[in-house]
Structure formats: structure tokens, C-alpha cells
Design a binder for this molecule. Structure first.
Ligand code: SIN
Ligand code: FE2
Length: 214
């Protein structure tokens, strides 16, 4: 779907639901800085494929920056102030990240978004994220802001029940998505990453999701 919109200038906002907005190329102009910052974060808090409560390994590799980070393990999903791998606090959220996330939220109609977590997902070819809701945060009045980098992905946007039909949206390098309000708890996922070679990131996709966890 985004291919229909991708020729449009950054600044264009496509409202796909009362609380769901697509901002094509919103972050394209700062993408090289974002990629560099992700490299610095991963040097302190390495990407890792977390275990699910059911004992499987996720295909997406994750890390975090911010006051806390999302972690998964045998005991469930939670936000933690320290990286369980190193015991150290997560790297601080770069000012560029929080400014960008607040700007995207503002464009989508959510003012004063002040994220305390940026979950960073790295997808290799074939990695996927099954349908889920972002529901581990304490306060659902804040939206989720997502920024895509690298290879394009097919994002699935569903309903309030897992079995509801999904809309498919192609997310490309620099695209932002914002969901909040009545759409905050909708199911969403990412289909297996198709092979390709991105000039900045090679054979992978990186997604930043900004959340207000606490
Ligand atoms: C997520 O749902 O946490 C990430 C979505 C994405 O990678 O686009
Ligand atoms: Fe999610």
C-alpha cells in the first residue's frame, strides 16, 4: 500500500483509522544518524534473540534504549530498567530519537509524547513478528510510534481480536507509523522479511518502536 504513497513528500500524513496514521518517509532525512546511533546502542546492549514464555527463540533480534527496555523470557514479558544480559542500565535514549518520536506523534494528533523506551528490532531475511498487541505498558493513553529502516517489510494491521482480518501495509526505509487512542491495542505483526540489499543496512531491516512504559 505504501508504494501508492511513497512518491509523496515527507510531511504527508495518511490517516488509516481514528488513531492510526502512516507518515511515509517521515524519518528519511535523519536515517543515517539513526542507523549510526543504533550501532552505538548495540555496542553496549547487543542485539539478542529473546526467549518466549513458551520457550521458543524469537526470530527477530532485539535491544533497547531509554529508562527501561522490553524483555521476554520464560517468566513472561516485562519492562526492565537494566539489560538482563549485562546487568547495566539500557543506553540512554538519544535526543534525536525522542524528538523524532514526539514529532511523529504530534503529526498524528498526539501531543506531548514523551517516550521512556525505544525497543529496537532487527529483522534478518525470513524474520517475522506474529500478530500481537503492545499491552505491557502501564498507560495506554500514550501512542506507539514506529520508525522503519532498511529493507521494506509487510506490516499487518488487525483488529481488537487476533482472528480479525488484517490490512497489509508496506513499510519502507524512513517511514513512520503511529497508533494510539481507540487503535492503541490493535493486533499487528510483520510478515517474514523478503531478501534484498539495502544501501545503508544490507540484508536487514531495523524498526524502532517508541513507547511510554511507566
Ligand atoms: C512491533 O510491533 O513491536 C514492531 C513492528 C515493526 O517491526 O514494524
Ligand atoms: Fe508491537
Amino acid at each position: 500500500m505504501s508504494s501508492l504513497y511513497h512518491h509523496l513528500a515527507p510531511g504527508f500524513v495518511e490517516r488509516l483509522g481514528a488513531g492510526f496514521a502512516f507518515l511515509p518517509r517521515f524519518a528519511e532525512h535523519v536515517a543515517p544518524e539513526l542507523v549510526e546511533a543504533v550501532g552505538a546502542i548495540a555496542a553496549c546492549a547487543p542485539f539478542r534473540r529473546m526467549e518466549t514464555p513458551g520457550g521458543r527463540r524469537m526470530s527477530v533480534a532485539m535491544t533497547n534504549c531509554g529508562a527501561c527496555g522490553w524483555v521476554s523470557g520464560r517468566s513472561g514479558y516485562r519492562y526492565a530498567t537494566a539489560d538482563p544480559h549485562t546487568g547495566a542500565p539500557w543506553p540512554a535514549m538519544p535526543e534525536l530519537f525522542s524528538r523524532l518520536a514526539a514529532g511523529a506523534a504530534e503529526r498524528a494528533g498526539f501531543s506531548c509524547f514523551d517516550p521512556d523506551v525505544c525497543l529496537i528490532n532487527r529483522y534478518e531475511v525470513g524474520s517475522r513478528l506474529t500478530l500481537h498487541r503492545d499491552s505491557d505498558e502501564l498507560d495506554f493513553s500514550a501512542p506507539i510510534v514506529s520508525i522503519s529502516l532498511g529493507l521494506p517489510a509487510l506490516f499487518q494491521w488487525g483488529g481488537h481480536s487476533r482472528s480479525d482480518g488484517t490490512l497489509q501495509l508496506e513499510l519502507r526505509h524512513g517511514d513512520a507509523l503511529v497508533w494510539g487512542g481507540v487503535d492503541r491495542l490493535r493486533y499487528h505483526g510483520v510478515l517474514p522479511l523478503r531478501d534484498g540489499d539495502h544501501p545503508l543496512l544490507g540484508r536487514c531491516r531495523v524498526n524502532l518502536t517508541f513507547r511510554k512504559a511507566g
